[in-house]
Design a protein around this ligand. Structure first.
Ligand SMILES: [Zn+2]
Length: 472
């Protein structure tokens, strides 16, 4: 592997900025790139690179996004990961989604710039040399949805057994995504019997950076020889950056990322009605329940009580274990079941919704459409019909709150989620937290403005009183 800092040592020109129109950074969405020189003459000579080969390996390692610093190799790897999970989001956006919260991912050696992003996944595991030997990893068979390594395989003494070991720990239908520096105009050769060649800082001569294999045009055959039955190659700025991906054949009927349990525990209530009050932590809970209940959890997000579609009542969906969504409690008033919701301090909640609404577009949401047209101040937003009494009227007006079996609070989530887990007899975790609102400096200014908070509390007095009654 080539450490990202290598460019600093070898960059004589200070970098050359250019805009490449053909692609954007799949990690952050940036579109400006800077070239750094990474290779040094001794390595190029050991590797017997022609000037053209040296130039495309330089681009792979040294051409990087000016916004997030990722090089083309990381961008190619991110593309392979995005294809494996089926998302069009940038990788930075994807790791914050509820689906990503359910993925288990093994990263073998830090994958350059991607490492800090992959670490945001709750199911992320990092294996580093020498404590973990890629030929015999300390993980159970079928345990990861994704296995990722970047420019590691050339340093492994036996690449085929190492790839077979990656396949073993993958779940059925899980995907291996990897990069290796590849010279596309020649075949792979072993460096056994040749003088030692190192990536990274040659002066330190650290043996984990010694190159065992120089990969060439047949690098894909190693993946098939390791037991995979298909392999695909993703390229950015060919032939600079290639990423390989291979899916482990599906032998069971489960989809990537979701682990619906086939049987609920006997204590789990027959019918769950979960009112997802917006911006109070409901998305994280929803993604966990979806993972545990799978298809037996119905989602109802088409009757947001802040839209004109929010007035219809409904019967509990036939054949389902639970219903979860943005709806007014009145909608399922005829259902006897386990009623649950999470709430949040109305002032904090309104601030969160206001900045969330500024950052998204919600097709077909009439009130959000008005919000985008009018661009209200936060105080004017607090006066919107439906918003001013969001809790006491819009979501819960005319409903007997005594019917709720469980009311949790965003502020005490760490102890409320375990309480809910015990009541439902489901392994819910307070650690899983999907924050769908981007950090927004302006929002933090508002949160710290005590005079503005007081004005908001006055405007939201009915909700504040409603909330305080439930908390006590
Ligand atoms: Zn970027």
């Amino acid at each position: 592997m080539f450490p990202p800092s290598a460019g600093r040592h070898h960059c004589a020109t200070g970098g050359h900025y250019r805009r490449i129109a053909m692609f954007v950074c799949s990690i952050c969405g940036g579109s400006t790139f800077v070239d750094h020189s990474i290779l040094w003459d001794q390595l190029a000579s050991e590797w017997q690179l022609s000037p053209d080969e040296r130039s495309y390996i330089e681009r792979q390692q040294g051409t990087s996004c000016t916004s997030c610093g990722s090089n083309l190799r990381s961008i190619a790897l991110a593309n392979a990961i995005r294809a494996a999970v089926g998302t069009n989001l940038t990788l930075t956006e994807f790791v914050k989604t509820p689906e990503a919260g359910l993925l288990s991912l093994l990263e073998i050696n830090e994958a350059g710039n991607l490492s800090s992003i992959l670490r945001q996944l709750p199911g992320h595991v990092l294996a580093t040399y020498p404590s973990v030997d890629m030929h015999a990893m300390p993980y159970s068979t079928d345990s990861f949805d994704l296995v990722v390594h970047s420019d590691t395989l050339e340093h492994v003494s036996n690449p085929i057994p190492a790839l077979a070991e990656c396949r073993r720990v993958l779940s059925p239908n899980g995907t291996l995504c990897l990069t290796i520096p590849t010279i596309v105009g020649r075949l792979t050769r072993s460096r056994a019997g040749l003088p030692k060649s190192y990536h990274g800082n040659a002066a330190t001569g650290s043996d984990d950076l010694v190159v065992h294999t120089e990969f060439g045009a047949d690098m894909w055959t190693y993946v098939l020889r390791a037991g995979f039955s298909a392999v695909s190659i993703t390229s950015v700025d060919f032939p600079s950056a290639l990423a390989l991906s291979a899916r482990k054949e599906k032998v069971a009927t489960r989809s990537l990322g979701f682990h619906p349990s086939t049987t609920c525990n006997t204590k789990t209530p027959k019918r769950i009605v979960a009112v997802h009050f917006p911006k109070a932590g409901g998305s994280s809970l929803q993604s966990q329940l979806l993972g545990l209940l799978g298809d037996s959890l119905a989602l109802d997000y088409g009757h947001d009580p802040l839209t004109s579609a929010g007035l219809e009542t409904a019967e509990f969906p036939v054949g389902k274990r639970g219903v979860y969504g943005h709806f007014s409690a009145r909608r399922y008033a005829s259902t006897d079941g386990y009623w649950m919701t999470f709430l949040r301090d109305p002032v904090d909640n309104l601030i969160s919704i206001y900045y969330y609404w500024k950052s998204v577009t919600v097709p077909g949401h009439d009130l959000h459409g008005r919000f985008l047209r009018e661009k209200p101040s936060i105080l004017d937003f607090a006066k919107y019909a439906g918003v001013q009494r969001l809790m006491s009227e819009t979501y819960f007006g005319g409903f007997d709150m005594g019917r709720f079996d469980f009311i949790g609070f965003h502020e005490t989530r760490d102890r409320d989620i375990p309480r809910l887990a015990a009541a439902l007899d489901l392994p819910l975790s307070a650690e899983v937290y999907v924050n769908k609102t981007e950090p927004y400096t302006e929002r933090h200014i508002v949160e710290d403005d005590t005079s503005l908070r007081r004005q908001l509390a006055d405007l939201l007095a009915d909700d504040v009183a409603f909330y305080e009654r439930l908390r006590n």
